[in-house]
Design a protein. Structure first.
Ligand code: MRU
Length: 339
């Protein structure tokens, strides 16, 4: 991750203070605010409020939170802290993968507060290595003419500790001196595209342009999109993919226009126990996210503004499922998998 030319990670263990450190994604792009806490409950709440979000990132962050919980409250680790972290968000399976990993480690006879921290750091490092490998495979694929890439939500550094999944390939192409161009869907209602992806790509100097989600199909119709690449929150055993709401509509439009649609995700996003997409739990978030928006006012302060008819009810499913036959290939750390 490259902020103002300085390399850092979206979440990390601070060895000096012995607690996790994270970039508050709710403040971006208006302010770069780093936070730290030694309270596992604060870590769990940061996942719920989406200060830390994105499938691989919440897995790694939960691992840090659980290492903290093991050291501070060893007697409540199994019965309170594991369920507490598992309940923070329902769709991204990386969270459950990380909780299972930390539970298995805690139950082994080598577990100590120190080895639990080492296990969590190892988990985060592995995610970063996987994302880097995904980017290498993706960059090879995109180097063959598919340079005008459309992406949705944020599947970059911020979502994945470092490198990203969908954006990892774009960053690698860019660092090789190639010139990828990215259409950034704004991603209503929380605007991860407008606020996070656009900011990340600009920090790295990648050529990009923001657009309303509803512009995507029209850009495809006009021949202005060579490929679509998104991340994933859970991939079922049959290859169906849950990702940010709006991904399914992109896949439908891509198929109609004969445009390749790639999913980039590490193995920690794959759920072999989930037979198909209809079995994936879809998070329903607050209607407030649809009826209100955060804005930067003329005094430079962030404030909430109502953007809908007062009193209207609002529907806010946070994810949707794209059936496997709309997906050209899934790119993971092992390579590129076609249906
Ligand atoms: O609700 P969010 O912001 O956590 O959703 C994130 C996404 O849907 C991302 O596309 C996905 O996690 C891929 S992360 C590399």
């Amino acid at each position: 991750m490259n902020i103002g030319g300085k390399h850092c990670r979206a979440v990390a263990w601070n060895a000096a203070s012995k607690c996790p450190r994270w970039l508050n994604q709710c403040a971006l792009p208006f302010a770069v605010i780093w936070r730290e806490s030694c309270k596992p409950e604060v870590i769990a709440q940061a996942i719920e409020t989406m200060e830390v979000r994105g499938a691989p990132c919440i897995g790694a962050f939960a691992a840090f939170g659980l290492a903290l919980a093991y050291a501070k409250h060893p007697n409540d680790f199994i019965n309170h802290w594991l369920p507490r972290f598992r309940a923070t968000r329902p769709t991204a399976v990386n969270l459950f993968h990380a909780c299972d990993y930390m539970e298995a480690f805690a139950r082994s006879h080598t577990a100590t507060p120190q080895t639990m921290v080492e296990a969590a750091c190892h988990y985060a490092d592995q995610e970063v290595a996987s994302n880097r490998a995904i980017g290498t495979h993706l960059a090879e694929k995109l180097a063959v003419g598919e340079r005008r890439i459309l992406t949705h939500c944020n599947a970059g550094w911020l979502a994945a500790v470092d490198w990203g999944t969908a954006l990892s390939g774009i960053y690698q192409l860019h660092r090789q001196g190639e010139k990828p161009f990215v259409w950034v869907d704004e991603t209503r209602p929380r605007l991860q595209g407008a606020r996070l992806t656009a900011w990340e790509l600009m920090q790295e100097g990648v050529d990009c342009c923001l657009q309303a989600d509803v512009a995507a199909a029209w850009m495809m119709a006009q021949g202005k999109v060579d490929a679509i690449v998104t991340g994933a929150d859970r991939i079922a055993a049959n290859g169906d993919v849950a990702n940010k709401i709006g991904t399914y509509a992109l896949a439908l439009a891509a198929k109609a226009h004969g445009i390749p649609f790639y999913i980039a995700a590490p193995r920690s996003t794959m759920d072999a126990d989930c037979a198909h997409g209809q079995a994936i739990p879809i998070e329903q978030r607050s209607d407030y996210e649809v009826t209100h928006a955060q804005v930067l006012n003329s005094e430079g302060n962030i404030e909430e503004a109502m953007i809908a008819a007062p009193g209207i009810c609002a529907n806010n499913p946070a994810f949707d499922v794209t059936p496997y036959d709309y997906i050209t290939a899934i790119v993971c750390e092992d390579g590129i998998w076609e249906p």
